[in-house]
Ligand binder design. Sequence first.
Ligand SMILES: Nc1ncnc2c1ncn2[C@@H]1O[C@H](COP(=O)(O)OP(=O)(O)OP(=O)(O)O)[C@@H](O)[C@H]1O
Length: 305
Amino acid sequence: MLQVQHLTFGYTKQPILTDLNFSAQPGESIAVIGESGSGKSTLLKLIYGEYDLDNGSLTWKNEAILGPKYNLVIGYDFMKYVAQEFELMPFITVEENIGKHLSNFYKTHKKERTAELLEVVELTAFAKTKVKLLSGGQKQRVALARALAKAPELILLDEPFSHIDNFKKQSLRRRVFKYLKENTITCIVATHDKEDVLGFADRILVLDHAKIVANNTPEVLYKNPESALVASFFSEFSIINKDIVYAHQLRVVNQSPFKASILNTYFKGAYYLHQADLEGNLVFFEHPSALKIGKTVSLQITTLE
Ligand SMILES: Nc1ncnc2c1ncn2[C@@H]1O[C@H](COP(=O)(O)OP(=O)(O)OP(=O)(O)O)[C@@H](O)[C@H]1O
């Protein structure tokens, strides 16, 4: 189990993370979210042992994870970190990169393992391609496969699908998270993308102002976002009478005391998102068809299912 206790750190005197406490069980997937600059990558780097903590402790299975002051070589065998910069070897092939740290002694095992991982990241067709010839998204997939090659117990993923097109992203995400669960690999994933979280993460940690401001399941946080920061991660929302109301909770009805005038309409595929003025308050709501700008509609708040 990963145990983070009273973790405090700053690159300078200014703390980036203050007194963080959480734990992760074997096979558990934890998403770390927060605004840009809130310290998500820093947290992953600290867990990896890249920096020394100013205060607190990090342990894996009750053994301390130490920073460079106490550990000559950064990192541990049980853990892999896939950074935003992939640090691959450009002049060798995809399969050579993935197999780089697998023993040549067990040649058949190495071959099978590489083939399995190529399939997980959907790069079988590129096995013999030199990494320098790949696109950014393909390189990101090689980095993922390479991190998984030596079967880590803990994997740290920083925006793991950020360079991958939407077309591929959905299936890749399913494959990778399924692989992690099946192999009981604990995963800490820093992300801006709610699709990396909903349906995959067991828990979400929300970082804000150097603290963990929420630590709960995606479902609980979605239904009870408590702050605009959390709500904004899930969907467009409005604040009405101090309550957070998601755009899909506001409906156009024939009659209601809430009269809103349409300001803008955005095509979103299955619906149109509308921006409207509700008695001086800017609100967002969804509607199956585009409503005319300037039109007045009656809105009703529905409860979250
Ligand atoms: N090597 C460094 N030296 C000094 N300051 C740093 C360093 N790396 C990050 N920072 C600062 O630490 C803060 C947190 O950065 P971090 O990269 O952890 O945020 P993040 O939440 O991962 O952001 P993003 O979502 O944009 O990737 C930022 O203010 C950043 O400028």
